[in-house]
Design a protein around this ligand. Structure first.
Ligand SMILES: CC(C)C[C@H](NC(=O)C[C@H](N)C(=O)O)C(=O)O
Length: 307
C-alpha cells in the first residue's frame, strides 16, 4: 500500500495575501512531516498525530499556540484522534494550558478506558501523565487578541459574518492499509466559556474505519455536530459514492439544512483522497507518491516534489 496523508488548516473566509504564504507553508510542512512518518514505516495514527502537532505549534492556525480566544479572552481547546484499525479513539475538550491537545487526546485513547476527558479532569490527567502545563501567554498571540476585540465590536452589527480559518486536521493511510484521523481547534472566537464544538466528538470532527476510510472536518461546529459530518461523508463512501461525490453530498446537506459552512478532507483504503469546502477557502495539503499538492484559495493548487 502506498502511504497517503492529507491535512487541512481550517475553512473560513478568503486568506489575506500577507498570510497566504505562511499558511501555505504551514500545511505543506505538516503534510511532509506526516508523510515522512509513513515512509519510515510509521502507522497512520503516528502520522496524523505528528502532522496535527506541527500545526498546533504553528501560530498561524487556530489550534494550540494561536488558538482563538473565548469571551473571557482565554484559550480553551478541543481535539480528537481515532485509529481505523480497531475504532479506538481519544479526545479532550475545553482544555487549557496545554501545548499539544492532540497528544493528550492520544493519551486518553491509550491510557484510559474512556473516549473523552474534559476541563479539570483532563488537566489532572495531563499532570498525571507528565504533560507540562504551559502559561497562557505561550498560547495567546497578538493577532488573536485583536481578533477578539474586533469580533466584540462587530457582533452587535453583524453576527453572521464569516470568520477567520485555522482549525487543523489530518487523515492518513499507512503501508499496512490502516487509516486514522486527528483534528484540533481553539473553537470559535468569542465563544461562551465551556462551549464544546464538533472537533472532540467522534463522528463530527472526524472518523476513521479501515473498512471505509478516514475524514477530518472544519467549519461551523454547531452545524457539523447536528449532521455528524465526518460519519455522514463516510456513509456516502460506504454506499459506493466517489470521495468527491461523498464530500459534495455531505457538505451540501449541511448547507441546505442549516446554512452551515465548512470543509472536509478524506481518503479511502485504495489511496484516493479529496479536499472540499463550502466556505470561501480552506487551506489543505496532500502527500502521495512523492508529490505534495497544496491549496489555500479556490483554484490555486500547486504541486511539487517531496524531498
Ligand atoms: C469560521 C469558521 C468556519 C472557522 C473554522 N472553525 C472551526 O473549524 C471551528 C470548529 N469546527 C468548532 O466549531 O469548534 C476554522 O478555525 O478554520
Amino acid at each position: 500500500m502506498n502511504p497517503v496523508v492529507v491535512v487541512h488548516g481550517g475553512a473560513g473566509s478568503r486568506v489575506s495575501q500577507d498570510r497566504e504564504e505562511r499558511v501555505r507553508q504551514g500545511v505543506a510542512r505538516a503534510a511532509a512531516a506526516g508523510y515522512r512518518v509513513l515512509t519510515e514505516g510509521g502507522s497512520a495514527l503516528d502520522a496524523v498525530e505528528s502532522a496535527v502537532a506541527a500545526l498546533e505549534d504553528d501560530p498561524e492556525f487556530n489550534a494550540g499556540c494561536g488558538s482563538v480566544l473565548n469571551v473571557n479572552g482565554e484559550v480553551e481547546m478541543d481535539a480528537s484522534i481515532m485509529s481505523g484499525k480497531d475504532l479506538s479513539s481519544g479526545a479532550v475538550s475545553a482544555v487549557r494550558h496545554i501545548a499539544n491537545p492532540i497528544r493528550l487526546a492520544r493519551l486518553v485513547m491509550e491510557k484510559t478506558p474512556h473516549c473523552l476527558l474534559t476541563g479539570q479532569g483532563a488537566a489532572e490527567f495531563a499532570a498525571a501523565m507528565g504533560v507540562p502545563a504551559v502559561p497562557e501567554e505561550q498560547l495567546v498571540t497578538e493577532r488573536r487578541r485583536k481578533h477578539l476585540e474586533r469580533e466584540k465590536q462587530k457582533e452587535a452589527q453583524n453576527p453572521d459574518q464569516q470568520k477567520d480559518l485555522g482549525t487543523v486536521g489530518a487523515v492518513a493511510l499507512d503501508a499496512k492499509g490502516d487509516v486514522a484521523y486527528a483534528t484540533s481547534t481553539g473553537g470559535i472566537v468569542n465563544k461562551m466559556v465551556g462551549r464544546v464544538g464538533d472537533t472532540p466528538c467522534v463522528g463530527s470532527g472526524g472518523y476513521a474505519d479501515s473498512a471505509i476510510g478516514a475524514a477530518s472536518t472544519t467549519g461551523h461546529g454547531e452545524s457539523i455536530l447536528k449532521v455528524n459530518l465526518a460519519r455522514l461523508v463516510l456513509f456516502h463512501v460506504e454506499r459506493g459514492r466517489t470521495l468527491d461525490e461523498a464530500a459534495t453530498a455531505a457538505l451540501g446537506y449541511m448547507k441546505s439544512k442549516l446554512q452551515g459552512l465548512g470543509g472536509v478532507i478524506l481518503l479511502n483504503t485504495a489511496g484516493d483522497w479529496a479536499a472540499q469546502w463550502t466556505s470561501e477557502s480552506m487551506a489543505w495539503a496532500a502527500a502521495k507518491d512523492g508529490k505534495l499538492h497544496v491549496g489555500v484559495n479556490l483554484g490555486d493548487t500547486r504541486v511539487t516534489d517531496l524531498p
